[in-house]
Ligand binder design. Structure first.
Ligand code: AMP
Length: 445
């Protein structure tokens, strides 16, 4: 992103201005009123699940220091190498639009000394993240994420299981069915370097033996040196054969990592949550250790949720080991599944009283009456910009209002209103000072 220091050219008002192409930046989108309901519903499901499992809300800034992600997410990751939106402020700070929220949560935990509260600190978030990726179905440059994070305390497999269960329950609460949880362990500082070396040696040997035949894609040629574990989640057909023969990380875990994985699986068994082990699952971010997982639903090919343990993130940022585990979900992907499968009942809007005016004086009185109704918690709608009675009645019909209040010149002088039953068309005149009570009574019925 360009620095905000360049002067912005403003077209002179006297010259005819060429109409600009008005569209949201590539890979970014508006949430229109007709869709906002889905977002509210999903956010509510996050809040409900969080409250149930004991996660409190945390909000971190949209911008963070670039260094946080370089040190936290890892230099050799796609996010840091090519996907961050970076800007330089007038003061010379290098900031990045947050590409994810786990590193910011850990930054906040360290900055505010949250190890002083009861551990682990359990927090949830809901908000936008930014990655300069190639936009395609289910992949955007601005997208919303929700997440549950369990930070501090012990590196106990029970917390891994808890975030997985909470994540799955959140998806189930939105009627997403047949969830498939894929799980792996990517080891720790003791066993991972040995495995990484073994994997590198295997690939190098095979590449040499194949001579000029291409057995790995160009990306993997690079990964072999910079981030060998990522060889395992390459989707290219060129690499498929070699990948299938590669040594499995599950056969190369140290005793503690094997115990940890066993613990997670036992807790999941205990609550009857099915999973499958996927030794190729490594995930894109460097900070993971031991457990990594992704959650799919049979209604989508894309991962809806992903997460894992990140015991080394705190250490990378503060020098102190801070065990932690978390899960994050992409909200757009979830909403796409909900919409295409009609998983949630359509929005039912609250019934509103419709106030109709006839004449200028009545319009002013209507404006005040609407205000009075709203103060009395009576949901009210009107079409004050329309003056014809017919047009306003039509609008009341469209709104689905059970009752319309009609005020004309005569009613203004008599200090009364007409109450029209929109279903039957029946009308009665009610004194103005009785209208709130009368309406409340009618709505109760
Ligand atoms: P990650 O932060 O990469 O572990 O991703 C966690 C979840 O966020 C994924 O399972 C997706 O559902 C979602 N997600 C990640 N990247 C994107 C993106 N570019 N567009 C939409 N959703 C995304």
């Amino acid at each position: 992103m360009a620095a905000a220091t360049k002067k912005i050219k403003v077209a002179k008002a006297s010259k005819p201005v060429k109409p600009a192409v008005l569209q949201a930046p590539k890979g970014m989108h508006d949430i229109l009123p007709e869709d906002a309901w889905y977002w509210e519903r999903v956010e509510q499901a996050v809040k409900d699940t969080a409250a149930f499992y004991g996660f409190d809300r945390i909000e971190t800034p949209m911008l963070e220091s670039v260094d946080l992600f370089v040190r936290g997410v890892g230099e050799a990751t796609d996010i840091v190498e090519k996907e961050m939106y970076v800007l330089k402020t007038r003061g010379g700070d290098h900031l990045a639009l947050r590409p994810e929220m786990t590193a910011p949560v850990m930054r906040a935990y360290i900055e505010h000394g949250l190890s002083r509260v009861s551990q682990p600190l359990q927090v949830y978030y809901f908000g936008p993240a930014f990655r300069h990726e190639n936009p395609q179905a289910g992949r955007y440059r601005e997208f919303y994420q929700m997440g549950f994070e369990s930070v501090g305390g012990e590196s106990d497999p029970v917390y891994d299981a808890e975030v997985i269960v909470a994540g799955a329950r959140f998806l189930e609460s939105l009627k997403l069915k047949n969830l498939a949880i894929q799980l792996n362990s990517i080891g720790c500082k003791t066993c991972r370097p040995n495995y990484r070396k073994k994997l590198q040696e295997f690939y190098k040997k095979e590449i040499n033996a194949a001579k000029k035949t291409k057995v790995v894609c160009r990306d993997c040629e690079r990964r072999l040196e910079t981030n060998p574990l990522r060889l395992l989640d390459c989707k290219s057909e060129i690499c498929a054969n070699l990948k299938a023969q590669a040594p499995s990380i599950l056969d190369n875990l140290c005793f503690s990592c094997r115990q940890h994985l066993k613990g997670v699986l036992e807790y999941l068994d205990e609550v009857g949550l099915p999973y499958s082990l996927n030794p190729y699952l490594v995930r894109g971010l460097d900070y993971y250790s031991r457990t990594v997982f992704e959650i799919f639903s049979d209604q989508s090919d894309l991962a809806l949720m992903g997460g894992g343990r990140y015991d080394y993130l705190g250490e990378a940022l503060s020098g102190k080991l801070i065990p932690a585990v978390g899960v994050a979900a992409g909200i757009e992907r979830i909403i796409e599944v909900i919409k295409t499968n009609n998983l949630l009942p359509p929005k039912k809007s609250a019934e509103k009283i419709f106030v109709i005016h006839v004449g200028d004086l009545a319009k002013k009185k209507s404006f005040a009456l609407i205000e009075q109704f709203r103060k009395e918690n009576i949901k009210t709608a009107a079409a004050l910009g329309k003056d014809s009675l017919q047009a306003q009645l039509k609008a009341a019909d469209k709104e689905g209002s059970p009752f319309a209040i009609i005020i004309g010149q005569k009613e203004v002088y008599e200090e009364s209103v007409i109450v029209r039953d929109m279903k039957t068309g029946g009308q009665e005149t009610v004194p103005l000072k009785m209208i709130v009570e009368t309406l409340k009574e009618k709505m109760r019925k």
